[in-house]
Design a protein around this ligand. Structure first.
Ligand code: HEM
Length: 232
C-alpha cells in the first residue's frame, strides 16, 4: 500500500499536473487566471483572502526552505528557543490560513452572486485545501516537533521521488494524518491545471502582496452573465 501511494502515485499525479497544464495552456490560454470574483463581492473577500494568502504562502515558504535545505532547519532548531519560535509561528500561520479559508468558503457558498459562478471544480478545490490545512495543523498539534521530523523523514522521501529513486521507507511509518497530509498535497498539485489555481504560474508575488487592491475582470468561454443579472 505504501509503495502504491508513495512510490507510484507521486509520478502519476505529477504527470497529470504537467500534461494537464500543457493541455490547458495550448487549448484555452485565455482562461489562465484566478477568475477573481472581487467585482461581485469585495468585503468578505478581503477578510478571507488576506489571512488565507499571507498564512498559506508563509507556511509553504517554510515547507520549501525545509525541502531545499533541511540542514538549515536542524541548525536553527538546535537551540530550544528557536525551535519554539519556528513551531509556534508555523502553527499561528496555519491557524491564520484556516481562518481565511473558512471565511472564503463561507463567502463562496452563501453569497448568491459568487455562488452562481462557483463550479464543481471550485468546490472540490476548497475541500482539498481544507483537508490540507486541517491535516497540517493536526500534524503540528499532535506530533511535536514537526519541523524536525519533516526535515528528517518527509524531505528525504520527497528528494528520493524527485531524483526518480523513490524510497517509501522514509514515510512508511509516519502517522496516518501525516500520510493523509502528504497524499492530499499530491492530489492538490494534480488539480492545479483543472482549476483557478493556474494563477500560480502567472502571479508576481512581490507586486501581489504589496500592490493596492484592484478590480479584475475575467474571461470565460461560456456566457454565464445571466446569473449575475438574476441576483442583482
Ligand atoms: C499543497 C501543499 C501543502 C500545504 C498547503 C500544506 C499546509 C500545511 C499547513 C497549513 C500546516 C500547519 C502549519 C505548520 O505547522 O507549518 C502544515 C504542516 C506540516 N506539513 Fe504541510 N502542506 C503542504 C505540503 C506538505 C508536504 C508535501 C509535506 C511532506 C512531504 C508536508 C508536511 C508537513 C508537516 C510535517 C507539518 C507539521 C510541521 C510542524 O509541526 O511544524 N506538507 N502543512
Amino acid at each position: 500500500m505504501n509503495t502504491l501511494f508513495f512510490g507510484y502515485m507521486p509520478y502519476l499525479l505529477l504527470a497529470t499536473a504537467i500534461v494537464g497544464t500543457i493541455y490547458r495552456y495550448t487549448t484555452n490560454k485565455f482562461s489562465w487566471s484566478s477568475q477573481s470574483s472581487q467585482f461581485l463581492e469585495n468585503r468578505a473577500l478581503f477578510f478571507g483572502s488576506f489571512p488565507w494568502h499571507y498564512g498559506i504562502v508563509l507556511v509553504l515558504l517554510g515547507h520549501i526552505i525545509g525541502l531545499l535545505t533541511p540542514s538549515t532547519i536542524f541548525a536553527w532548531n538546535s537551540a530550544p528557543l528557536r525551535l519554539y519560535i519556528l513551531e509556534s509561528s508555523g502553527l499561528a500561520l496555519g491557524l491564520l490560513a484556516l481562518f481565511g479559508l473558512i471565511a472564503l468558503m463561507y463567502r463562496r457558498l452563501t453569497n448568491n452572486r459568487v455562488k452562481a459562478l462557483t463550479t464543481s471544480w471550485d468546490v472540490l478545490l476548497l475541500i482539498i485545501l481544507l483537508i490540507q490545512v486541517v491535516t497540517g495543523l493536526g500534524n503540528a498539534i499532535l506530533y511535536r516537533w514537526g519541523s524536525n521530523w519533516y526535515a528528517a523523514a518527509a524531505v528525504p522521501w520527497m528528494r528520493s521521488v524527485l531524483t526518480l529513486s523513490p524510497n517509501v521507507d522514509y514515510v512508511a511509518n509516519l502517522p496516518l494524518i501525516t500520510k493523509a497530509h502528504i497524499f492530499n498535497a499530491m492530489l492538490f498539485i494534480a488539480l492545479i491545471p483543472f482549476t483557478r489555481l493556474v494563477h500560480f504560474f502567472v502571479i508576481n508575488i512581490y507586486k501581489y502582496l504589496w500592490r493596492p487592491w484592484q478590480v479584475v475582470r475575467w474571461y470565460s468561454r461560456e456566457v454565464r452573465t445571466e446569473n449575475i443579472v438574476q441576483y442583482k
